[in-house]
Design a protein around this ligand. Structure first.
Ligand SMILES: Cc1ncc(COP(=O)(O)O)c(C=O)c1O
Length: 394
């Protein structure tokens, strides 16, 4: 975009390089697998990147390109690659940086499938990993060895909302030529921009806040290094084949238009819910970066523009109470995923984080009875009343 528009304008107008065809207000969905050429000379120009015309939707497509350009603007990147899911983005980025003999350092809490890729898949290709508490930069520095090539983490992390100092980790990593990849799914680009804090690549499960309506599975990786983006697109996304469908890109463009307004309401509701939980006699501990009592609160205040809407908490009771609680909510829905308009509730150890070894779960700072809530944008009074009636049943 030529003008330096603000966030809420960029989510609606960002990424355009010209007018939409036929002067349409909204971009059309280019629901096509392939594109036609005028001549072999045209083929040569496109295939040698002299022209940026399209070839095949697994390589690129105008609807996908608009979504990628808009996301690049929102995350202050120079380019982006869309993927068929958040996990397609994460695994492709990890494989793009890591070769046999390399070592990756990850934070102790990660989304369950990301944990599985790092601890089960990568070792099969002779990539080693170290699990570290990255909220402690000294531990990170101690874990670095001559084979460390990458540090990968979420901040806030899933499900315990660990806040990792992105600037500090990036500075220390770059001194040792280590790349930094941050999963920004929980914050969304509205509340945090890791590339501005020094990260090399930011990834999202676009399934969550970017979509916002629970009707798409998608992912995106963004960087300020255009050379890396080209390589990720044509050597990894294109060859592994985790391409996003044009219809999904169009739905995500539609979802993005309300990202700012949704995130403000999500956060307002979450602050109310977090305060309510913190003062509830049946609650032992609340993890929410917006609470002053929360460990990462001060770093979150420095590196984020807000605190998001993900909360996890522990009841004073036992696992049976936690099960009863998540089964008793009526408005909130018992489901994995997050970032939807609907309030979603779950037990990470039994659901999203099943891949974590049961015996070691406490070592990672998790418990079997931890409850996670993705606070939706319903009327907050209804959310509170729903939680209260669930508390009354335990
Ligand atoms: C933090 C985080 N990253 C990545 C993913 C994976 O995204 P997807 O389900 O779109 O593959 C999830 C899914 O819940 C997540 O919570």
């Amino acid at each position: 975009m030529s003008k330096n528009y603000r966030f809420d304008t960029k989510t609606i107008h960002g990424g355009y390089t010209g007018k939409n065809p036929e002067n349409a207000l909204n971009p059309p969905i280019f629901q096509t697998s392939t594109f036609t050429f005028d001549s072999i000379e045209h083929v040569e120009k496109v295939m040698s990147f002299e022209s940026d015309d399209y070839v095949y939707t697994r390589g690129n497509n105008p609807t996908l390109r608009l979504f990628e350009n808009r996301m690049a603007e929102l995350e202050y990147g120079k380019g982006a690659v869309a993927f068929s899911s958040g996990m397609a983005a994460i695994s492709s980025v990890l494989f793009s940086f890591l070769k046999p003999g390399d070592n990756v350092i990850v934070h102790k809490t990660l989304y369950g499938s990301s944990y599985s890729v790092v601890t089960k898949l990568l070792p099969e290709y002779h990539v080693n990993y170290k699990i570290v508490d990255l909220t402690n930069t000294e531990e990170f520095i101690k874990a670095i060895d001559e084979n460390t090539k990458l540090v990968y983490f979420e901040s806030p992390s899933n499900p315990d909302l660990s806040i990792i100092d992105i600037k500090k980790i990036s500075q220390n990593a770059h001194e040792k030529n280590i790349k930094v990849v941050v999963d920004n799914t929980f914050a969304s680009p509205y509340f945090q921009n890791p590339l501005l804090l020094g990260a090399d690549v930011v990834v999202h499960s676009a399934t969550k806040y970017i979509c916002g309506h629970g009707d798409v599975v998608g992912g995106i990786a963004i960087s300020q290094d255009n050379y890396y983006i080209q390589s990720l697109k044509f050597e990894y996304m294109c060859e592994f084949g985790g391409a996003m469908s044009p219809f999904d890109a169009w739905l995500l463009l539609r979802g993005l238009k309300t990202l700012g307004i949704r995130m403000r309401q999500h956060e307002e509701n979450a602050l109310t819910v977090a305060n309510y939980l913190e003062n509830h006699p049946k609650v032992k501990k609340v993890n929410y970066p917006g609470l002053e009592s929360f460990n990462g609160h001060n770093i979150a205040k420095e590196q984020m523009n807000g605190f998001g809407a993900m909360i996890s908490f522990e009841l004073s009771g036992n696992l049976q109470d936690a099960i009863k609680f998540v089964e008793s909510v009526e408005l909130a829905q018992l489901a994995v995923s997050l970032g939807d308009c609907e309030t979603l509730i779950e037990l990470p150890a039994a659901m999203t984080h099943r891949g974590y070894p049961k015996k070691k779960i406490e070592e990672f700072g998790l418990t079997e009875s931890m409850i996670r809530i993705s606070v939706g944008i319903e009327d907050k009074r209804d959310i509170l009343e729903d939680l209260e009636q669930a508390f009354n049943q335990i």
